[in-house]
Design a protein. Sequence first.
Length: 511
Amino acid sequence: MENLIKLYTSYTGAEPANVEKIAGAGSNREYYRFTDDKGKTIIGVVGTSRDENHAFIYLSKHFAGLKLPVPKVVAVDADELRYLQTDLGETSLYDALKDGRNAGGRYTQNEKLLLKKTIRELPAMQMVGAIGLDWTNCYPQPEFDEDSVLFDLNYFKYCFLKPTELDFHELKLEANFRMFAKDLTAEPTDSFLYRDFQARNVMIDAAGNPCFIDFQGGRKGPYYYDLASFLWQASAKYSHKLRRELVYEYYNSLKNYIEVPSVRHFVERLSLFVLFRTLQVLGAYGFRGYFERKKYFIDSIPAAIQNLRELLELDVFPYPYMIGMLKRLIQLPQFVQIEEKSMTRSDGLKVDDKNIYKGHPQDGPATYSKYDGKGPLVVRVFSFSYRKGIPEDESGNGGGYVFDCRSTHNPGRYEPYKKLTGLDAPVIRFLEDDGEILTFLESVYKLADAHVERYMQRGFTDLMFSFGCTGGQHRSVYSAQHLAEHLNDKYGIEVRIVHREQGINGVLAAR
């Protein structure tokens, strides 16, 4: 620590006004936030491995030179055991997703947007980051190869599989491991494999953009690995639907950098890396949990087993003995998990077992908004003239549907109807005999019915429909009045009618 402060003082010309130790996340490195007398901060790092530190320092300078969103190393001790880097703030993507994760994977639209921003940036790190990179600086090895795959698979075998005391034929399993390793390394690639690409290693800056840290374990390797590592992070609880969306975002972003393989080939290759990453994670959890007795890793095992359970349901892997053994593994009594569904989020959004959306059964219940279940629905229907502008929504919900009636035959073009409105019998007869307004309203009714039914189901309290025409006198008045009566008759809900340009208001009471 003393030497780190000396490095800071040498770089800035003054001692720090404040030093705060930052909690690490399973790393042997120590992090400190230094603050000067003007409030400017910088991060100091103390590592135990010179080679690991060298890899980070080299990669950080390389990526920063390519304008990639990473911290910049600004000062390094002679022995490379200590260095200073720019401060990317205190909010990691993992922190930003906390509420959705704690709610069992019910992520809000803002949380999903952060995930999409992050996954769209990953191909740039992998493809642009590989340009001109000297792989000999990577730690602990320069390339993803069969030996490294077999090391991780055996790590899983000795640190996780054997402690479960599951009986298996070691030679048969080893033969399947070798087949698996050969398949994983069969596709040549020149991309940067981040290796530890997870939400904890993504920082969110003040503008809401992702920045990347802890890439010192990276090496030359297949880009599928990082995608699998991120999306199948055991504790994240991403739904199948959300994973599919994020894979789609990644695949389309990847097109900006390379000629992508076919979707079928991409998905087949990705599935292999998802299985490999799952076994790798279980090996790490076994060592950190079973041997080092760290509670966080023990508590993480059931979620990783659930990932494995879902993978094995695909039945697409050509390693019969290994897959058979894994199927027996997930059936062990200690891995039978009954998870209580989280019913609240700290941000006020609620979740419920009642799933009103017909999604994939493995996606789980949808997230409910703070507006659900508030009370009976009230519909407001307006008629208006486009010359005087669209009616404002005063409910605070941002308005609803606005329909333009001006494509239909206009009674106002004819002298007998000029002083009448869409509520008067002669105008009604004209419009209905002509028929265009009836065809127009058929489509409106279908939209309105579906919307009203869903709002009633969710317990929303307000919905607004507006109909505009040239003068707000004939077609819009007729349409607004008939939709209001249609909804009141069909659903028995309260409908408030405002014919704005005519100064006529009314209420159809709930029944």
